[in-house]
Design a protein around this ligand. Structure first.
Ligand code: SF4
Length: 281
């Protein structure tokens, strides 16, 4: 059984940078905290916690404490509150997410109704919403487009959550174009996501089985899996090697392996080792 590993499998540069920043910050003598998980992967979060960084769910008054802002970014309100409470801020927000913040603010200042194509519960989307003064419309799927609101908009500025599926975005955009006279559209899907999505459009057709590695909380892993599954029914999403079942590989000539942007190298290596151990069916 041949094992084909995707070139884009695993950490994107944004996640790599956030982890490096976190581990560097952990070396300082002052206590370091992160609000929520630095990236959506349990193993990475464990590694960061083992380095001494504590996860908190709310901000408290603090002296000589450092707050690490995660790769997905945060709202202006959270940042302001943290500074007011006395935290020293280390910002590990991915530069690509910061760019979305910049574009969204520019669109709003230019008099546009800002629309975000993305998942409204995702931290990155909440961070983008939290940069803006006016109410924002967030749309995740074409079936959830709020047509009543959309029809009243004269000018819209649209940005996209960095890990969105391009086909979904284009479908939403097509409907919006029918109802909004002026649209400034910015495709802010990040380059690492585009590369992953390009690869995942080919690999499921070239392999008997697909294994996608990543945490069940990872949005970009979910989208990679969705694309893979739509092209090859034998696509499986695992968070670790332990979840792989031998029967998935029955009669498989080749298995394609890829991993979400927050999946560590160690998880990929474990999966490859397990597949090698299972060997030919
Ligand atoms: S997936 Fe894209 S936006 Fe998100 S951290 Fe990675 S490079 Fe940055």
């Amino acid at each position: 059984m041949k094992i084909n590993l995707a070139k884009s499998a695993g950490f994107c540069f944004g996640v790599r940078k956030a982890i490096t920043t976190a581990l560097e910050t952990a070396k300082t003598k002052d206590p370091v905290f992160m609000l929520g998980d630095i990236v959506h992967n349990e193993e990475v979060v464990r590694q960061i916690q083992n380095a001494g960084i504590k996860k908190i769910n709310s901000l408290r008054r603090s002296k000589n404490k450092t707050l690490l802002i995660r790769a997905h970014g945060c709202s202006k309100k959270t940042l302001k509150r943290a500074l007011k409470l006395g935290y020293r801020i280390i910002d590990a927000t991915c530069p690509m997410v910061k760019e979305i913040h910049r574009i969204a603010c520019k669109l709003e200042n230019g008099g546009n109704q800002v629309i975000i194509i993305g998942d409204k519960r995702h931290d990155e989307v909440q961070g983008i919403v939290g940069q803006l003064k006016n109410p924002v419309i967030v749309i995740d799927y074409p079936r959830n487009i709020p047509l009543g609101k959309i029809k009243k908009i004269a000018r819209a500025g649209i940005v996209v959550q960095s890990t969105q599926k391009l086909d979904n975005v284009l479908e939403i955009l097509e409907t919006l174009r029918k109802h909004i006279p002026r649209i400034a559209f910015h495709n802010t899907i990040c380059n690492p996501t585009r590369m992953k999505q390009d690869e995942i459009k080919a690999m499921p057709l070239e392999n008997s089985v697909m294994i996608i590695i990543g945490s069940k909380t990872s949005a970009n892993t979910k989208r990679i899996f969705e694309i893979s599954k739509s092209l090859n029914k034998k696509s499986y999403w695992v968070s670790s090697a332990k979840e792989i079942k031998k029967m998935w590989l029955n009669n498989a000539e080749s298995v394609g392996v890829t991993a979400g942007a927050s999946t560590p190298e160690s998880s990929i290596k474990e999966v490859i080792a397990k597949l090698k151990a299972i060997g030919p069916a």
